[in-house]
Design a protein around this ligand. Structure first.
Ligand code: CA
Length: 231
């Protein structure tokens, strides 16, 4: 089974810098997408799976801090901020808003690459705290080590949140989970968005792991929540 290439999103309006970083990252074996303003960056970050995001703070359309806040509402993807020299306020606001790290421009590419490796490794460490045995139901296999999901031997692209949700359901196979318990487990106690988020993400999951294959894994238990079970 091949390891999925790690995908990095660069949100940076200075196209020369974005292009330079992109070339270096491709050379290092990463897959890269670019956005040149905050709005396009946010759109990409919230609709496609990425392993890491490089986010400039001074951006047209929507500034980097606002992009960061909005991404954090739906994703824990590692984010490294690209900040201007001496922009102390930006750095503090950025870290407060959930950035994993920042790097001051101009930077040496080696330093950026090192910080990217650290951020990706930390993310992996988080997931290795959990049980690492493979989970499965029918033709669906979830590998917590590789953070990979297969249905009928096809690799499924899931966002971090979708993956965590599916893993939680599988760890509790045949057990009905309330929306509240799912919410607390996946989003945390301080999440203010309400249990609608659970229904939305269950829909995202179904669209990826069930509908394309004509299979049914996740069952709605009216008035309670959800259960993943064998037919
Ligand atoms: Ca900029």
């Amino acid at each position: 089974m091949r390891r999925q290439m790690e995908r990095i999103l660069i949100i940076e309006d200075e196209e020369k810098i974005a292009r330079f970083i992109e070339l270096e990252l491709i050379y290092e074996g990463y897959e890269v997408e670019k956005a040149f303003n905050g709005r396009d960056g946010l759109e990409l970050a919230t609709t496609q799976p990425f392993d890491l995001i490089l986010l400039d703070i001074m951006l047209p359309e929507l500034n980097g801090i606002e992009v960061l806040r909005r991404i954090r509402k739906v994703s824990n993807v590692p984010i490294i901020l690209l900040t201007a020299r001496d922009a102390v306020v930006d750095k503090v606001a950025g870290l407060d808003s959930g950035a994993d790290d920042y790097i001051t421009k101009p930077f040496a590419i080696e330093e950026l690459l090192a910080r990217i490796r650290v951020a990706l490794r930390n993310r992996t460490n988080d997931s290795t705290k959990k049980d690492l045995t493979e989970l499965s139901i029918g033709s669906l296999i979830l590998d917590p080590t590789k953070r990979e999901v297969l249905v009928d031997e096809t690799i499924i692209d899931l966002t971090k949140r979708e993956f965590d949700l599916l893993q939680y359901l599988l760890e509790n196979k045949n057990i009905v989970l309330s929306r509240e318990s799912i919410l607390q487990h996946i989003w945390g106690y301080d999440f203010l968005g309400g249990t609608n988020a659970v229904d939305v993400y269950i829909r995202y999951l179904r669209a990826k792991i069930e509908e394309p294959f004509g299979l049914k894994f996740i069952h709605t238990v009216r008035g309670v929540g959800y259960v993943i079970k064998d037919e």
